[in-house]
Every structure is written in C-alpha cells, then in structure tokens.
Ligand binder design. Structure first.
Ligand code: CAA
Length: 372
C-alpha cells in the first residue's frame, strides 16, 4: 500500500519537476516572479482543501512539490514551505471561522504570503523562554518585543506571532496572534546578509505597542506553544524536502560532469564512484523517511518523531553530499556563480532552522523514551 502511494505520486513529481525546471529562475533578489508563477498554478495552497481555495493535494504531494522547487531554487522552496506549513496551516487548524474566511482564501491563492515569528535572541532552541509580551488592553492586546530570523520578514502579509501573556507560566503563557503586515507598531528590519538562501530574506521583526484585536488571537490564551510545536512537526518535513531537493540537484550536477569519464578513469577513481554510490543510496533512504513522515502527517496521526528523523537525516545528508560533490568536480565550482557552490551554501541552514539538529535529536529521544 505504501509503495502504491509512491506510484501515484510519481506523476505529480513529473508535473512539479517540469514546472520548476521550465518556469522558475535563480537570482539574487526576493523571488517575486517565482512566487507569482507558483500562485498561478495553485501551488501556494497545494495541500489546503479545495473549499478554502487550495488544490486539496495530499501532504506527500506538497512535500514532493517543495523538493522539486528546491532542486531549482531552495530560497523559493523555503518561502513556500514556511508560508504553507507554519503560515497557512495555523489558521486552517486553529483559526476561528471568521479568521479562516478572512485569511485562508488569500493565503491559499497566493495573494497573501504567510510567515512565522517564534524565534528571539534569548529563545531560539529554548522556544518557551520567549520574552515578547502580550498585555491585555481594551478590545485586544498590546505586543512588545523583538523576533529574529523571520523568513520572508518584511515581505509577508500575515505573521503568526507568539508572545506571552504571563512569563511566570512558561510555555503555558504563550499565545499566538495573527498580525497583518501594515499594522502600526510592527517594524521589520533589513534582510540579513547570509552565507546562503539569499533570496529568502531573513529579518528581525520589532513590535512596539502593536495592537492586536481579540478577534486576531489564534486559539486560546496559553495554547500558543502547543500550536507552534504541532505546526513545526509538519514544517520539519518541509525542510527535509528542501534538503532533499539540494542533495538531488548536487548529485545530478556531479553525475552529469562525470559522464565523460572512461571506465579506466572510473576504476582509477574508485573511491569517488563508491562515495557517489553511497550518497545515492542514502538519498533514497532519506526520501523514504521524509515521504513516510508525510504520509503519517496526512493520516492525522502525530508525526513528531518521524518529522524530526526526516529533517535530521535529510539535512545532514544535504551538507555532506554538497560538500563531497564540490570536492569531486573541480576548482571552478567554488566560484559563487556555480550551481554547486549555491547548493553547498544553501544546504547548511537546513541543519539549523526549524529546530537545530541537536533539538531534533532531543525530540526523537524524548518520543522514544515515551514509548518504553
Ligand atoms: N505537538 C503538540 N504539542 C507539543 C509538541 C508537539 N510536537 N511538542 C510539545 N508539545 C506540548 C507538550 O505536550 C507540552 O504541553 P503541556 O504543557 O500541555 O503538557 C508543551 O508543548 C511543552 O512541551 P515541552 O515540555 O516538551 O517543551 P520544552 O520547553 O521542553 O521544549 C523543544 C521542547 C522541543 C526543545 C522546543 O522548545 C523546540 O522545538 N525548540 C526548537 C524551536 C524551533 O524549532 N524553532 C523553529 C523556528 S521557525 C523556523 O525556523 C522557520 C524558518 O524560518 C525556516
């Protein structure tokens, strides 16, 4: 049954690959055109139900879409992954009818771009330690604080912002809010200068007496941390798909470059061909982990352990594969305009964001210990 699902997904992969290869570009600035093309095909709402304006595709097909887009442009891949997994799903899964009808059709159609604002200077891995406050005032809340490393910061139209209504409650004081781009008191910073993923703009987000009406609180007070964690389960499968795209692209590029080598040369360079063979085998294993996590997520069962395993395995492999491929194909590929150099620089952060790989290992171990 499991493999039947993959068979059905194969034709979707073909469609997504053709879209990515024929329509997407790579460049330096925010990929407005790529996102517009994705929106035109309905891909900004790929797994969102049709009744809300999405394509109603399975979570597995959405993961294949992110993989194929990331093969061509990993920045576009992460923007769409964040927009979908942790920008649109929060409203779909935890929003009131009023919130869903105000935001989901726009998000699914790509007229609105979603973003997720959890991380702070003192609360990266320890997300429950966040210090952005939400003070109850007449008709809503006043938010004060500063978020860091927000994907699509300054470009997104709707931010899911996490703040605490009472720091003494720890995780149980954290509350989620829906904040529109042009709200008074919300100021995004300039895009950070990064080693890779330069098109996906990462900024800080400052909140100074930012008023959020009560109707834009997502879920109840104190539910925000569980909301964030459950969304990150899906988000991490999306990052595994982004890493898979980078590994696949690096392997294809390297194999293409090696095609001219004779049997004799390959024999002489046996270590190189063995390494390629190992990478390819682990690439397939990594795909299976990610697709299995996606199928579990689609079934509605909790996929915390599977998502973390998929993310760790795929991101570690992306860094190793892009590094080794770069070693193989010759010095001209260290130039910054070489695709391989871009894959290498883009891969590193997949080990760090949506929960570092150390955090993923903590999550996996905790889930294991719960079982026994
Ligand atoms: N699903 C639902 N609920 C969950 C959950 C999950 N996967 N994981 C935890 N919870 C709930 C727990 O049940 C608990 O609820 P109760 O209080 O009701 O019992 C509550 O959340 C607190 O859980 P923990 O005690 O496990 O929390 P913790 O403080 O020990 O933290 C952690 C756990 C795993 C370390 C967490 O802090 C974490 O994941 N940190 C990493 C943060 C992260 O991933 N940030 C990513 C930022 S977004 C990003 O990077 C996007 C981008 O730009 C690409």
């Amino acid at each position: 049954m499991f493999f039947k699902i993959f068979e059905e997904a194969a034709s979707k992969r073909k469609e997504y690959r053709a879209f990515a290869e024929n329509e997407l570009d790579t460049g330096d600035r925010f990929p407005y055109e790529n996102l517009a093309k994705a929106a035109k095909r309905g891909f900004m709402g790929c797994p969102i139900p049709r009744e809300w304006g999405g394509l109603g595709e399975s979570f597995l097909n959405y993961i294949l879409l992110i993989e194929e887009i990331s093969r061509v442009c990993a920045s576009t891949g992460v923007i769409i992954a964040v927009h979908t997994s942790v920008g649109t799903y929060p409203v779909l899964l935890f929003g009131s009818d009023d919130q869903k009808s105000r935001y989901i059709p726009g998000l699914a159609g790509g007229e609105l771009l979603g973003a997720f604002a959890l991380t702070e200077a003192g609360a990266g891995s320890d997300a429950a330690a966040l210090s952005t406050t939400a003070t109850v005032v007449d008709g809503g809340y006043l938010l004060n604080g500063c978020k860091l490393f927000i994907t699509a910061g300054g470009e997104a139209d709707l931010y899911i912002i996490f703040a605490t209504v009472d720091r003494s409650l720890g995780a149980r004081g954290i509350t989620a809010f829906l904040v529109e781009k042009r709200s008074e008191g919300l100021t995004p910073g300039k895009p950070e200068k990064k080693m890779g993923l330069n098109r996906s703009y990462t900024t800080e987000l400052r909140m100074e007496d930012l008023f959020v009406p009560e109707r834009n609180r997502l879920g109840k007070e104190g539910e925000g941390f569980s909301i964030a964690m459950s969304l990150l389960d899906g988000g991490r499968i999306g990052i595994s798909a982004q890493a898979l795209g980078l590994t696949g692209a690096a392997l294809d590029y390297t194999i293409e470059k090696m095609k001219g080598r004779s049997e004799k040369q390959l024999k002489e360079e046996q270590e190189l061909s063995f390494t390629l063979a190992d990478l390819e085998a682990r690439f397939e294993a990594s795909r299976l982990l990610s697709y299995k996590a996606a199928v579990i997520k689609q079934s509605g069962e909790r996929c915390t352990k599977e998502a973390s395993m998929a993310k760790v395995f795929a991101s570690d492999l992306a860094v190793e594969a892009t590094t080794k491929c770069l070693n193989f194909v010759g010095v001209e590929n260290i130039k910054s305009d070489s695709p391989l150099s871009r894959y290498f620089c883009d891969a590193k952060v997949t080990q760090i964001y949506e929960g570092s790989n150390q955090i993923q290992r903590i999550v996996i171990a905790r889930e294991l210990l719960k079982l026994y």
